[in-house]
Design a protein around this ligand. Structure first.
Ligand code: ZN
Ligand code: ZN
Ligand code: ZN
Length: 288
């Protein structure tokens, strides 16, 4: 076919040209679901413009786009069917101290670090298939059955081992720092808690041995409810409140007796619980 000139161009040819240009301008920009093997697609252009997609099956309704902080640094697209699975396995790209990449999956899974971030993304996709039951569970990479025999080692496999060792060494240093900080906090908190327990128990004993009626005066009643406890505190699972114990209404009765507002009664119950709980934890530490 010869190229028409302006003089020979027919109306039909002109109409064809215009239609072709319009189709080119409006061609769909399809995005595919990131779930391996899923062939669902949507048209990003018409979805973004709020137009009807060229084909109904290209609708973007219910699709989800992962944030750029995920393993898909340019965003990953998820069809409505695969949104729930990926919500449980939301991936976050992590750069290790050795400059390599791994994935922090919402479920706690984390693959060995890789030098190329796309490989970490692919490992995460494999993890999705495993989580979905499409693949059998992966064996641990360092278990004796899957170790590489000496003769099969190459420069690359040795480098991989050294890189992993490097990561493990920096993990070990980090774990030691965490342990040291925790131990320091623990060694300060325990004597403080045991000391507070001794004081609280002395207060409680002083009040219970006093002959006065601690429910008569409003402030006395408040001190008594917090330091001794108005309600029965028997935590034995076989215990049911009876006539010999204080039951679970005594604090409310005290509140009514002194016209204390409900929220302040509830607050007093909390203050009592914190003290009882602190004394209880301190006793467990002493008994350990
Ligand atoms: Zn899908
Ligand atoms: Zn996961
Ligand atoms: Zn009781």
């Amino acid at each position: 076919m010869t190229q028409p000139t302006l003089a020979t161009l027919t109306e039909d040819q002109l109409a064809d040209l215009i239609a072709e240009a319009a189709a080119y301008r409006n061609q769909p920009s399809l995005r595919t679901c990131l779930f391996p093997g899923c062939i669902k697609q949507y048209d990003a252009i018409s979805h973004m413009d709020g137009r009807t997609p060229p084909r109904p099956e290209w609708s973007g309704a219910g699709w989800h786009i992962l944030k750029t902080s995920s393993v898909f640094t340019d965003g990953g697209h998820l069809c409505p069917l695969h949104v729930p699975l990926v919500t449980t396995h939301m991936p976050r790209l992590v750069k290790t101290p050795s400059g390599r990449y791994t994935v922090d999956c919402a479920c706690g899974w984390m693959p060995p670090a890789q030098r190329w971030h796309r490989l970490a993304a692919t490992l995460w996709q494999e993890h999705l298939l495993t989580a979905n039951g499409d693949l059998p569970p992966a064996p641990p990479t360092t278990d004796p059955k899957h170790r590489v025999p000496l003769a099969e080692h190459t420069d690359a496999t040795l480098e991989e081992l050294y890189d992993r060792l490097w990561d493990a060494e920096s993990d070990g240093t980090e774990a030691r720092d965490v342990a040291r900080t925790s131990l320091r906090a623990y060694s300060q908190a325990v004597p403080a808690l045991l000391g507070a327990k001794t004081s609280l128990e002395a207060l409680r004993q002083r009040i219970t041995l006093d002959s006065r009626d601690w429910t008569n005066d409003k402030t006395d009643a408040w001190l008594w409810a917090i330091l001794v406890g108005a309600n029965c505190e028997n935590t034995d699972p076989d215990h049911t409140h009876n006539e010999d114990c204080a039951g679970d209404q005594a604090l409310w009765d005290l509140g009514r007796q002194h016209n204390i507002p409900t929220d302040q009664v509830i607050r007093t119950g909390h203050l009592r619980w914190w003290i009882a709980n602190a004394v209880n934890v301190a006793q467990q530490i002493e008994g350990a």
